[in-house]
Design a protein around this ligand. Structure first.
Ligand SMILES: Nc1ncnc2c1ncn2[C@@H]1O[C@H](COP(=O)(O)OP(=O)(O)OP(=O)(O)O)[C@@H](O)[C@H]1O
Length: 601
């Protein structure tokens, strides 16, 4: 069928309320459609019985009856309309968690999401179609047969004329579908592109202004808008032309029926009442088709929206909630790990194998693009391994539920993203059950308590969208507190000091030391050498592979690390030499720097 989408089990479940109300709505619609006949029968009786008999009591009682019928008809129309509004709301509620799930997982599992956030609008399109008059018009369609039958009982030629009218309208409807379906798709795509541009303009306002890109963006924006308007205008033009022609055709048919009735009366083959009743009834017979045409755009859009929802749900299947495990306490094991960006063929890290025990801290160093961030993302379960596994006390990350993982993992991503809300909420990862003590403890572990209380409102200080209202360094320290919230077993910090001043660096060092002391495993990606002083192991990456994995002692035997005993000794010997070591960037240093005298290589 033109409007029947292919559904998967999740959409069928979400649309189950539609199946549940189908029979009651069909029953109500049957009574409603019978009541719709009352107007034409009233006319028939007035012209054929009341006027010849000149009976006022008959006229009054007929009027009372038709008024009651209209009242009941209005009541039934409201009831079935409200039932459909409920179906729309239940559909939206039934699918809302899954939509958020797909939004949060699609890009991490499959790469960029097609049409951006169109999924949200798609749900709304389906909801408003279900709640609108379109589906009820379809329910009324079979009643056309009953109207045609009654018209044929009046006289076969009146029935035939109405049948031709219905056939013409259905043909128009099919032509309309053929012409508008690709346009509905084009409207959606250009609308999504326009919205994507609006979102990216909002996000990158600073860069656009500073680099003088406003004009270029304006051209792009106008292009997207013109494309959207073109598709939308054509769609609306076709729909309104059809809607207007339908209306005119219906009026013409009504007049033609009147004329035919008049001819039959003149010819002595019908009564005067039949002229009026036939004309009203033929208009009624066409009304459901007319309604379907009027709501065609919404129904085609809803069907396409359901197709897209099905594709997205199939692409990111719902997760089966794991039974859950105890919190890990012993080790992190990385076995034969290969990983790359989702949705691409690229392999960014390959053959990674290492083990860290409770209390270990690994500093990962290497040139840009060597795969450090990829490793951090896979360690946190943000990207899935292509091969191999990451195990905490023997179990892979997917064996814990996302709630449990929240207490096991702490992560400071390379690009910090704080959410709109208070600082306290951000540190507590927006957990509604977070207690004050845990928030304070996390802030103190990250040594940002003083920084927070100095801000207006302290822990209730409101952070704007994308962390606005805080400096980059402040955001990084709050992100560290957020990572430390709940004393996670595995702490993954991706360049956590890129925006930190000396105080911040000291606080970071203390946080890593504290985490190690309580038995956590810390993995810290570092470009600055200062972090190495707090690590128990150092791993150098090159081209996605491990180039060197060694303990800090082994590393220090080769290279002077700022803050180490060896550094202090070197400093006392040569201030100049030590300064060179301290200020250097660590990228690739472990492999490139020639081993100093005494290194055990
Ligand atoms: N989202 C992505 N899409 C496509 N390729 C990516 C993506 N992220 C990383 N890569 C590629 O994977 C490789 C490793 O990148 P990764 O970000 O892990 O390196 P890195 O060592 O963290 O670099 P840096 O020190 O500059 O942050 C690079 O070649 C990069 O081009």
């Amino acid at each position: 069928m033109i409007l029947a989408p292919r559904l998967n089990s999740e959409l069928k479940r979400a649309l189950a309320p539609l199946r549940r109300v189908l029979w009651p709505v069909l029953a109500i619609s049957s009574v409603y459609n019978v009541l719709l006949l009352s107007g034409s029968f009233f006319m028939l009786l007035v012209y054929d019985d009341v006027l010849p008999s000149r009976s006022i009591p008959s006229l009054v009682s007929l009027l009372v009856m038709v008024a009651l019928a209209y009242g009941f008809q209005a009541f039934l129309d409201v009831v079935r309309g409200r039932a459909m509004v409920q179906v729309g709301s239940l559909f939206m509620r039934g699918i809302s968690d899954r939509v958020l799930d797909v939004l949060s997982r699609y890009e991490l599992a499959r790469g960029a999401m097609p049409n951006g956030t169109q999924i949200v609008r798609d749900v709304d399109t389906v909801r408003s179609c279900l709640s609108g008059p379109g589906p009820l018009a379809i329910v009324d369609l079979p009643w056309i047969a009953v109207y045609l039958l009654i018209l044929s009982i009046f006289h076969w030629s009146i029935g035939l004329l109405a049948l031709i009218g219905v056939a013409v309208l259905v043909a128009l409807m099919l032509v309309n579908n053929r012409m508008t379906e690709p346009l509905a798709l084009a409207t959606m795509r250009s609308g999504a592109r326009r919205l994507g541009l609006a979102e990216s303009t909002l996000r990158n306002a600073e860069t656009l202004k500073a680099l003088g890109m406003a004009r270029a963006r304006q051209c792009e924006w106008h292009g997207a808008e013109a494309e959207f308007l073109r598709a939308n205008d054509r769609f609306s033009a076709i729909s309104s032309t059809l809607s207007g022609s339908t209306k005119a055709f219906r009026m013409l048919l009504q007049s033609a029926t009147l004329a035919l009735g008049a001819f039959l009366v003149i010819d002595g083959r019908a009564t005067g009442g039949i002229i009026i009743a036939g004309s009203i009834l033929s208009a009624r017979a066409l009304a459901p088709v007319e309604q379907v045409i009027a709501n065609w755009k919404g129904m085609v859009s809803a069907r396409q929206a359901l197709d897209r929802l099905r594709n997205l749900f199939d692409a990111v299947p719902a997760r089966v909630m794991p039974m859950g495990l105890e919190r890990p306490t012993r080790e992190l094991l990385v076995q034969g790990l290969a990983a790359g960006p989702p949705g691409s063929q690229k392999v960014s890290v390959l053959d990674l194998n290492f083990r860290l025990g409770a209390g270990d801290a690994l500093a990962v160093v290497g040139r840009s693009g060597s795969g450090k961030t990829t490793l951090a993302r896979v360690l946190c379960g943000v990207w899935k391994p292509l091969r191999g596994a990451i195990r905490l006390d023997g179990a892979t990350l997917d064996q814990w539920s996302s709630d449990e993982i929240a207490g096991i993992l702490g992560y400071v991503p390379q690009a910090i993203e704080l959410f709109e809300g208070t600082i306290g909420q951000n540190i507590a990862r927006f957990r509604p059950d977070a207690d004050r003590e845990a928030i304070l403890a996390a802030a103190k572990s990250a040594d940002c308590h003083d920084l927070i209380v100095r801000l207006e409102g302290g822990y209730d200080h409101a952070i704007g969208p994308h962390g606005s209202g805080l400096s980059a360094g402040q955001q990084q320290r709050i992100a560290l507190a957020r990572a430390l919230f709940g004393d996670p077993f595995l702490l993954v910090l991706d360049e956590p000091n890129s925006n930190l001043d000396q105080d911040g660096e000291r606080a970071l060092g203390a946080a890593i030391r504290d985490a190690r002391r309580r038995g956590a495993v810390v993995v810290v990606i570092a470009h600055r050498p200062s972090v190495i002083a707090h690590a128990s192991h150092i791993m150098a990456m090159n081209n996605g592979r491990i180039e060197r994995f060694e303990t800090r002692e082994q590393f220090e035997a080769r290279i002077t690390v700022p803050g180490s005993e060896r550094d202090k000794a070197v400093q006392s010997r040569s201030v100049e030499g030590a300064r060179e070591d301290r200020s250097g960037d660590l990228s690739g240093q472990a492999s490139r720097k020639p081993a100093p005298a005494g290194a055990n290589e």
